[in-house]
Write a protein of this length. Structure first.
Length: 331
């Protein structure tokens, strides 16, 4: 779906604009609250610095003042001097697209100054083939219609025959199903379809796959959702996936909680080498904050053994200042 954002707060007189059928009668560009619906539509239609990709969109969402003013069904495109304009009129208020979006916030609330952006169409054709536009996969009750249509088409309307077939071909036990879901999620991630990837990882997690939780945590982390990533990594760790502790520790480190990171790395015996490497980096930071020289830090006689995770993880231990200050006292 195409989003066009009109400069809010002030309208500008178009002046001597070259005539075009898509903008006939246009008086203003920009937007203010005194503009009529028709004036807003004409201001939104043209001329935008967009490529051919825009012509694949079915609807345009018009944003002004941070909220959605109109939804327009696009009926045609024109190009002039490297810019494009579209034809179309606002959808009626009862149309599902307008009903769901008009009055809502900008669907692409980025800091970009580019007034044009794209976002996923929240609506799609009903899966039963009726042609209705819906927010989910099916219109209300149409999932049953699709099921019985399939039974009629593939089993001659014999529900008992369908149930017999399902008893033989129903999904395999959880582990193969989880493996297949996780593989599909990985493919969707590679394709850049992160929304579908997340749904598939969650489906795998629902059948007990903690690896899917860990992978989804990484996906959330890369998207900048550290809180969500930590919740998922902790859920995987609580379910017995010890390698998730290393991921959780790195997330705590990124969020500025080194004490928690130390504790979690210490727990991560299943990922011991990774934990040792990250602890060394954190100890380097601590060493610098205590004014210990790099040469002193590198001196092997002054480093805690890498196998001594408890000592390295103790926040009181400072490389180059001697181990006797901490030892192995309870803490």
């Amino acid at each position: 779906m195409l989003r066009v954002r009109l400069a809010a707060g002030r309208r500008y007189v178009v002046g001597d604009e070259e005539p075009h059928p898509f903008t006939e009668g246009r008086e203003f560009i920009g937007w203010d609250q005194g503009m009529s619906e028709r004036q807003t539509t004409l201001a939104a239609r043209a001329w935008w610095a967009v490529g051919p990709k825009a012509e694949r969109e079915r609807f345009a969402v018009v944003v002004g003042g941070g909220r959605i003013l109109q939804t327009i069904r696009i009926t045609g495109w024109a190009e002039r001097d490297g810019r494009r304009a579209f034809a179309g009129d606002p959808l009626p208020a009862e149309h599902p697209v307008a009903a769901q979006l008009v009055g809502g916030p900008d669907p692409v609330p980025t800091g970009s100054r580019n007034p044009v952006a794209y976002f996923d169409d929240p609506l799609q054709a009903c899966g039963c083939g009726c042609g209705e536009t819906v927010a989910g996969r099916y219109a209300a009750g149409h999932d049953h219609r699709a099921l019985f249509d399939a039974i009629g088409r593939d089993f001659g309307g014999d529900t008992a025959a369908f149930l017999d077939w399902y008893a033989v071909h129903r999904p395999a036990p959880a582990e193969p199903v989880a493996d297949a879901l996780r593989e599909l999620a990985s493919l969707r991630t590679t394709a850049g379809d992160f929304a579908d990837a997340e749904r598939l990882y969650l489906a795998a997690a629902d059948v007990g796959d903690t690896d899917a939780l860990r992978r989804l945590a990484r996906l959330r982390s890369e998207a900048g959702d550290l809180d969500g990533a930590e919740r998922l990594a902790r859920a995987a760790a609580d379910a017995g996936d010890l390698s998730a502790l290393s991921l959780l520790a790195s997330l705590r480190e990124e969020s500025g909680a080194p004490a928690d990171a130390f504790r979690l790395y210490r727990e991560a015996e299943a990922a011991r080498q990774f934990a040792e490497d990250r602890l060394r980096v954190l100890q380097t930071t601590r060493m610098i904050s205590h004014g210990v020289s790099i040469g002193s830090f590198r001196a092997s006689t002054q480093l805690a053994p890498l196998t001594d995770i408890d000592l390295l993880a103790d926040p009181r231990y400072v490389p180059g200042k001697g181990e006797t200050e901490v030892g192995h006292a309870d803490h």
